[in-house]
Design a protein. Structure first.
Length: 285
C-alpha cells in the first residue's frame, strides 16, 4: 500500500518515503513510526502503544520515540506548523494531514542505485559552469582588458602611490613626502582626471592591499608611482605611470635636482604633471 499526503508518498511495502520523485532518507525505526501513524491517521496513538509497535521486542526510553518524531518532522518540513503530525500533550501523537491511498500495483520510483547521483530540481553542473564562465570573464576584464583611458575615454581615475624614499636621513624623507603632497595637488588640476585621496591610499596600504588590487577594487585606471634617491649631492626622482588592469608600464622618467627645498618639489611636480597629463590626453584621442 502507498499513502500520499501533501508532496510526500509513503510506500509501506518497501518502507520508503518519497518527496515527488526524490527519495527522502530516513532511519528504519523512524519509517516504522511513520507507518503506525499513517495507518492510524486521525486517531491518537498513545506513546506506550507506539513504542511497543515500533520496538516490539525491545524496551526503550521515551526519548527514542521523541527522536523519531523529530526526524520525521524534519523530513516532512513539519517542525513548526504541525501540518502532518500533531502532538497530544502527555498522551501521544496523531497524524492529521489528509491521506489518499494508491493501489499496490501503482508504480513507485525505485530508490537510486548506490553511488548514483540524486535527482536535483536544479542542474548543478550548469550552475557551476555558468559561475566559472562569469569568474573567467571577470578575471579577463580585470587583468587583461586595458583601462578606460587606454581605450579612448576622455577621463581617467588615478592614485598616487607614495614615492619610496631610497635615501638616508631626514632631508630625503621630507623631500619625498613634500613632493607627494605637491604632486597630488597638481594632478588634481588636470582636466578630466579624478585623483584618489592620499588618505584612502594610505588606509589600503596599512591593511596590506597591493596597490594593483586596490586600483581594481576602486575602479581606478592608472597609478603614479616612483622613488626618490640621494646620489652624492643631488636627488634623483624616478616616476612611472602604470595601467591598473594590465600592469603595463605606460611611461617612466627620471629627474635630477640639486636642492631639496620646496621650490625643487614644485618644479619636479610640475614637470611630472605635465608629462602625465600629456600621456593621458594622448591616449584619449
Amino acid at each position: 500500500m502507498t499513502y500520499s499526503f501533501g508532496a510526500f508518498r509513503y510506500d509501506a511495502d518497501q518502507r520508503l518515503l518519497f518527496r515527488g520523485d526524490e527519495l527522502v532518507p530516513l532511519a528504519p525505526k523512524a519509517l516504522d513510526t511513520l507507518r503506525v501513524l499513517v495507518e492510524r491517521r486521525g486517531s491518537v496513538v498513545e506513546k506506550s502503544e507506539l513504542m511497543k509497535l515500533v520496538w516490539p521486542d525491545t524496551a526503550v526510553e521515551e526519548v527514542g520515540l521523541a527522536r523519531n518524531i523529530s526526524l520525521l518532522r524534519k523530513a516532512l518540513e513539519d517542525e513548526s506548523e504541525e501540518r502532518f503530525i500533531e502532538t497530544i500533550p502527555r498522551r501521544g501523537y496523531r497524524f492529521v494531514a489528509p491521506i489518499s491511498t494508491l493501489s499496490a500495483h501503482a508504480p513507485t520510483p525505485a530508490p537510486p542505485a548506490a553511488g548514483a547521483p540524486r535527482p536535483n530540481r536544479f542542474n548543478r553542473r550548469w550552475w557551476i559552469a555558468a559561475l566559472c564562465v562569469l569568474a573567467a570573464a571577470f578575471a579577463y576584464y580585470q587583468f587583461y582588458v586595458p583601462s578606460r583611458y587606454l581605450s579612448g575615454s576622455p577621463s581617467a581615475s588615478l592614485a598616487l602611490v607614495p614615492f619610496d624614499c631610497l635615501c638616508p636621513g631626514i632631508d630625503g624623507m621630507g623631500f619625498s613626502q613634500g613632493l607627494d603632497e605637491v604632486l597630488v595637488a597638481d594632478l588634481s588640476k588636470l582636466p578630466g582626471v579624478q585623483v584618489l585621496s592620499p588618505s584612502t591610499v594610505r588606509r589600503h596600504q596599512r591593511v596590506g592591499f597591493s596597490m594593483g588590487l586596490m586600483g581594481r577594487l576602486l575602479g581606478l585606471d592608472v597609478l603614479v608611482e616612483g622613488n626618490v634617491q640621494k646620489l652624492d649631492t643631488r636627488f634623483r626622482i624616478t616616476a612611472r605611470l602604470v595601467d591598473v588592469h594590465t600592469g603595463r608600464l605606460v611611461w617612466a622618467q627620471t629627474y635630477d635636482t640639486l636642492s631639496a627645498d620646496s621650490a625643487a618639489q614644485e618644479t619636479v611636480a610640475a614637470a611630472l604633471t605635465a608629462e602625465i597629463g600629456k600621456r593621458l590626453s594622448h591616449a584619449a584621442r
